[in-house]
Structures are given as C-alpha cells and as structure tokens.
Ligand binder design. Structure first.
Ligand code: SF4
Length: 251
C-alpha cells in the first residue's frame, strides 16, 4: 500500500459479516509465535496509512458471513491434519477496525489460540482470556488506553537513523519518511496493570518488546536497519525478530 491506502474508520457493524482480504495456512514469520504453523486471516482496510506498508489489504471484494469464514478457517486447519494447528493470526490492515467479537468468540469456543496483530489505536470488548494474545506494533504517538492492559508484546519497526538514543525505540513518523515523531511506548502505569493480570495467569509477567528492521526494498538500507536492531537489542535487552517469511520465501 506504501501509504496510498484510504484511511478507513472503525466500523460499528454486528461482526456477522467481515471484509476479508485472504485466509491462508502458513508459518508465522515474526514476533512471539515465529515459526509456528498458523492460519492467517487478513482483514480488509486500515485506519492508518504508513509510508512503508507493503501489505495488500484493500483489493479483496470478499465479505463472507461468519459461518462461511469459519468454514474457510476450518478448511485451512484440515489441510494439514498432522500439524494439529491451533493458532489463528488475525491481522490486516487493522483487525480491530471491524467488529471481530463474534469471530474471536467462536474461535476461542473452538479451543483455538488467537493472535491479534494490531497497531494499538483501536479497542473492542473481546472475550479476554488466556487464548487471546495481543501483539501491538505502535505506529502513532498514542495508544488506545483500553487496549494497553491486554498487550502481550510490543513489536517496533526500526529504521537506522530514526531511533531514540535513550530507549532504542523509533522516533520517526510512519506517515512521512524522514519526519520526526515520538512513537508510543509502553507506559509504566499500564504495564503495572498488565503485569498484575499476567501474574494471575500462567503467562510470563513482563510483556516483551521486539524490534524488527524496516524493509526498505534496498539491500544496503535493510542491512543498516538490521544492524541497528542488533545494536538496540543488545543494548536494551529487547528481542530481535526478523521477517523470516520474506527471508525464506514463505507466504
Ligand atoms: S498500521 Fe500496519 S497495516 Fe496499517 S498501514 Fe500501517 S503498517 Fe500497514
């Protein structure tokens, strides 16, 4: 999309029909579930337009009802029965832009794990439980305060030369290349609440921060971005994640 997509607001629908770009079985390429077989459900539209975004989430005309969508997800799960895949990745675009409460509720009821990939600006009252994992990749200066307590991991896209010396996180705009902007960080008060929730569950007590190099479709720039991520991870204790699906040529 490279920042050319229309900015679409959050919809107020009942969630019984969703605009879906694609559904496919693959290996999760990045973040906490890297390497795990999963079914990706890419939802249409985004409320942001990042200049570096290389994902197509606008070209589909498919608007299945929830039964059709669940059938499609089950078909993908059945395509590799021995893998016994239990992970569904809801991504986009911005998956929280549409009402995904009925979909997530159905997936949880089926005993599946849901990983939500979000830019952190929107919220929905999902049936929060240990089967739902939120990976937030902030792209703006603020995050939705209702969502923050449910974030399990933050994933920052780093570009060399646009990294704050103090905390190793991005200080460049996602809307316009080269313009400074303080991208939202995990807040200490929200982290305390988050940690209290995690301590009541069996999950680790501290949300992880991942850093991932920006893909600029340019070998020299990508090398510099990767080196910057290595330096930041070593200095600040963040976890390095690469877009392994691109490195491996996996969808
Ligand atoms: S928030 Fe994510 S999906 Fe939306 S435009 Fe930015 S990078 Fe693309």
């Amino acid at each position: 999309m490279l920042g050319k997509n229309p900015i679409r607001v959050q919809e107020k629908g009942d969630g019984l029909n969703l605009w879906v770009q694609e559904v496919f079985y693959t290996l999760q390429g990045e973040g906490p579930f890297v390497g795990r077989p999963s079914v990706f459900v890419r939802l249409g539209g985004c409320n942001l337009a990042c200049y570096f975004c290389d994902t197509d989430f606008e070209s589909s005309t498919w608007k299945p009802d929830i039964d059709e969508l669940l059938m499609r997800i089950k078909d993908e799960l059945r395509s590799a029965p021995q893998a016994d895949c239990k992970l569904i990745v809801l991504t986009g675009g911005e998956p929280l832009r549409q009402n995904i409460v009925p979909l997530v509720t159905a997936l949880v009821d089926m005993g599946l794990t849901v990983q939500l990939e979000t830019n952190g600006t929107l919220y929905q009252d999902l049936p929060w439980c240990d089967q739902i994992h939120v990976v937030c990749s902030p792209k703006t200066s603020g995050l939705n305060t209702s969502l923050v307590p449910y974030v399990d991991a933050y994933k920052y896209v780093l570009k060399a030369g646009e990294i704050d010396e103090e905390d190793g996180l991005p200080c460049g705009s996602t809307k316009l290349s080269g313009r400074p902007e303080h991208i939202a960080r995990p807040e200490h008060s929200a982290l305390s609440e988050h940690n209290a929730r995690l301590e009541r569950s069996s999950r680790s007590a501290v949300p992880a921060v991942y850093v991932m190099p920006l893909d600029e479709q340019d070998d020299a720039k990508n090398y510099a971005n990767t080196q910057a991520c290595v330096d930041v991870a070593l200095k600040h204790g963040y976890r390095l994640t690469l877009q392994t699906h691109k490195l491996l040529g996996v969808r």
